[in-house]
Design a protein around this ligand. Structure first.
Ligand code: TYD
Ligand code: MG
Length: 460
């Protein structure tokens, strides 16, 4: 048997016979790992080995002859998760649930396995925990059921034969990095192992109509550890985010063949596992400081749902040669850009200040509609004047300091009104104020200058 060594980029799956410092395809540094392949005899003799693929059909068929029946879905028992999945777990689909260690992936999957097992047969395969540990956790979460099977195994071929014996409707594989495939010569967790194991599980789903949920750990940079190709092989990629030391958890669909990708599901980690948070705005606002500078509230859209989030900024005199900027939950480049706009258009001086920005609750804001609230938090901290606590801010900021329109304005304003805000700053351009709810005062602004009166010292 001949052994070959190739080096594979873990970011984009580029392969090269030598170790490279920088990937010529995706430009990542230090992303190459060594992979060893053994050419099996049948491969060297016939020159081709049947490759593992997910889908196989006997012959081509006319598109019109394909049955159009919608794939049935099963509710997971958690409305928050069902919404992210696009209405429930689709039969025969492969879902990848990724997240940092300790975020609660195994807990969530054990809980939904418990719910699903009331109507279907569920097999929970764990390569990380012993059956005893799982049993302990299951009894703590209250998920003992007659239709939930536990299997501690890491060999995918054994998992497949167990599935043949048991014929489950749902299989959970926790986690893909611990599984291995006997015919692939590299270590579990390596690029080729992850890919081959996912292919075996994928074909199990497609040929037998089993819903497969795969757990994937994320690496230091936040990407799914293992090849990028894993994302292409599954039907949906869900990311489980949040701070491990906070109770707030967010599930986000990064890819979904059966639904929209911009929905989020919000959970809270309690001593009885994860529970749904149906009203995230109220929870996010719970510990909001009053009368303190540097805090602003924005109404952002998470999928089709408006969510009120608190943004905190802190500006302090720098002790470094170049001032420090740090952003948590917000794009770093965008923060620098907004600081530059405020410096140029309002003449504010941030060049000798360190700037820290934080989005409360572990939420990630990537919508331009949050710009104006970030600007408000920055100005408030710089001037040390609080943003009034009954005021919400929505709007995109352009480089000229102009405030641009945002989508779904009426939904955002309504959510702010529902949560007890009495005033909201909105973009003036393209806004039809007659469409907005009447129980909240709207303050339309054209440019960032018009934000300044909020920070004027109060006249008594
Ligand atoms: P876990 O599901 O094991 O994380 P993952 O599979 O993503 O690595 O979650 C572990 C964390 O969750 C652990 O730090 C303890 C906490 N936890 C609770 O707070 N309450 C609970 O009821 C359970 C089961 C776990
Ligand atoms: Mg786990």
């Amino acid at each position: 048997m001949k052994q070959r060594t190739v080096y594979v980029c873990t970011k984009c799956d580029y392969q090269y016979p030598k170790l490279l410092g920088r990937c010529p395809q995706c430009g990542a540094f230090g992303s190459f790992v060594e992979e060893k392949y053994e050419d099996t005899p049948e491969q060297t003799e016939t020159g081709s080995k049947p490759r593992r693929g997910i889908l196989r059909s006997e012959a081509a068929v006319l598109i019109g002859d394909v049955s159009t029946a919608d794939s049935p879905r099963s509710a997971t028992g958690y409305g928050e998760l069902d919404r992210v999945l696009g209405g429930g777990l689709v039969d025969g689909s492969v879902v990848l649930l990724s997240g940092e260690p300790g975020i609660g992936k195994s807990t969530l999957l054990l809980q939904i396995s418990g719910v699903l097992s009331s109507t279907r047969r569920v097999l929970y395969v764990s390569g990380e925990e012993s059956a005893g540990q799982l049993r302990l956790r299951a009894s703590r979460l209250g998920v003992i059921s007659d239709n939930l099977y536990i299997y501690t195994e890491t060999d995918v071929d054994k998992i497949v034969s167990e599935c043949e014996k048991l014929s489950p409707d749902v299989v959970v594989a926790d986690s893909i990095q611990t599984l291995y495939c006997g015919s692939t010569p590299s270590q579990p967790g390596s690029v080729s192992q992850v890919r081959d194991c996912a292919a075996v599980l994928g074909s199990l789903a497609k040929t037998r109509g089993i819903s497969v949920i795969i757990v994937g750990h994320v690496n230091k940079e936040g990407g799914i550890a293992g090849p990028k190709v894993l994302e292409h092989m599954v039907d949906a990629v869900l990311c489980f985010e949040g701070e491990r030391h906070q109770n707030f958890r967010v599930i986000r669909a990064v890819k979904n063949r059966y639904g929209a990708t911009n929905e989020i599901g919000v959970f809270e980690m309690t001593d009885k596992g994860l529970s749904e948070v149906e009203n995230p705005s109220a929870m996010l606002l719970a510990g909001r400081p009053r009368g303190v500078s540097g805090s602003a509230t924005v109404c952002c859209m998470e999928g089709t749902r408006p969510v009120i989030a608190e943004i905190q900024a802190l500006t302090v005199k720098t002790s470094f040669p170049a001032p420090k900027r740090a952003a948590d939950g917000f794009d770093y480049g965008r923060l620098c850009l907004l600081i530059a706009v405020l410096e140029k258009r309002l003449g504010l001086r941030f060049s000798d200040l360190d700037v820290y920005l934080n989005v409360v609750g572990g939420l990630r804001l990537d919508e331009p509609a949050c710009d104006l609230a970030v600007a408000a938090a920055l100005i408030s901290s710089l001037r040390d004047v609080p943003v009034p606590s009954e005021l919400a801010v929505v709007g995109e900021l352009g480089l000229a300091g102009e405030v641009r329109g945002v989508t779904n304005l009426a939904l955002r304003v309504r959510e702010a009104a529902r949560l007890g805000f009495s005033r909201i700053v909105i973009p003036k351009r393209g806004t039809d104020t007659s469409m907005l709810p009447g129980d909240i005062e709207v303050i339309p602004v054209r440019s960032v200058y018009e934000l300044l009166p909020i920070f004027a010292p109060k006249k008594d």
